[in-house]
Design a protein around this ligand. Structure first.
Ligand SMILES: [Fe+2]
Length: 304
């Protein structure tokens, strides 16, 4: 069975009210059929969005290891495929770094049955929000990290998210001046400082669309990074930052830069990452609690 390529909104049939059909349900139904024929799924697909419980692998000295699939900016046919289960079935969670169709993130959520966390890119109206102009729609079953500090309940991984890009035009919906980005960071600061007191570190991974200034960024105005993000990394010292926005087609160029204590990783169009972090003592394995936890209810520690 072949899987349909993502379609443009203009290709979808018009509804009676003038809107266009959303392909997410079609994708889910076809995925369910594919999964049944491949023996991945039993039943009628009604439980397709159920997440499996993840217990990260201990790697000694109180540290854990997580496998993360990070995606950004372009739909990659190696990922948007029924073979995703075979190629990426062992990832623990998915991170979206912006400028992606909602249906792509929903597909990954359904296919891998893993939690999906994301931030919006600057082209959110056309892409992440599914192209239904005037009808913002975020991906179903995924968690928006924008302006939030979130702890994944099963793994204990602490994430923070900063959406959008530097302000460069009046036509794109998610853009920030340096001051606006700094304000977003300051609003998150109390929870990050509390995490440092409570857990010994502010966060494990910063998820953004744009990079920090002079780190993986470019000199044209639309692709400059944020000085405010450099301050974030200096203040809160996460071991990892993942971002998109910079389309790096030349594979001979490095996609990772070290800035102070942080590996800043450009994930375009996707990267499979193996991250180590400190265990919080809240995972099923570390507490001895073997009760499956609800993967759809992360602890949101700060919200705009
Ligand atoms: Fe972008």
């Amino acid at each position: 069975m072949t899987f349909p390529a993502p379609e443009s909104p203009q290709d979808r049939p018009l509804r009676r009210d003038g809107g266009r059909e959303h392909p997410g349900r079609v994708v889910t139904a076809q995925l369910a059929e594919t999964a049944r024929t491949r023996g991945i799924l039993e039943g009628d697909g009604g439980d397709l969005r159920r997440r499996r419980v993840v217990t990260p692998a201990p790697v000694g000295s109180g540290r854990m290891k997580l496998h993360i699939l990070a995606v950004s900016d372009e739909v990659d046919q190696r990922i948007y495929s029924p073979s995703i289960k075979d190629r990426m079935g062992d990832v623990d969670l998915v991170v979206g770094c912006g400028d992606l169709p909602a249906t792509y993130l929903e597909f990954l959520s359904d296919a891998l049955m893993r939690p999906v966390y994301y931030v919006l890119g600057n082209h959110a109206e056309e892409l992440t929000r599914a192209g239904e102009r005037g009808t913002p729609r975020h991906p179903e079953g995924a968690i928006d990290l924008g302006g939030k500090v979130v702890r994944d309940p099963a793994s204990g991984l602490i994430m923070a998210g900063l959406p959008g890009s530097i302000r460069y035009s009046d036509t794109e919906p998610v853009q920030y001046t340096e001051w606006q980005m700094q304000l977003l960071i300051l609003r998150m600061a109390p929870r990050l400082l509390w995490n440092r007191l409570r857990h010994g570190r502010a966060l494990d991974i910063l998820v953004t669309h744009a990079p920090p200034r002079y780190v993986n960024d470019r000199e044209d105005f639309a692709h400059r990074g944020f000085v405010a993000m450099r301050r974030f990394l200096r203040w809160f010292r996460p071991p990892y930052q993942v971002h998109g926005h910079i389309h790096l087609y030349d594979r001979s160029k490095p996609n990772t830069c070290r800035f102070i204590d942080t590996d800043v990783i450009n994930v375009f169009p996707y990267q499979r990452l193996e991250l180590e972090f400190e265990a919080l003592g809240t995972t099923a394995s570390s507490t001895g609690d073997t009760t499956p936890r609800d993967r759809t209810a992360p602890e949101v520690e700060h919200q705009r």
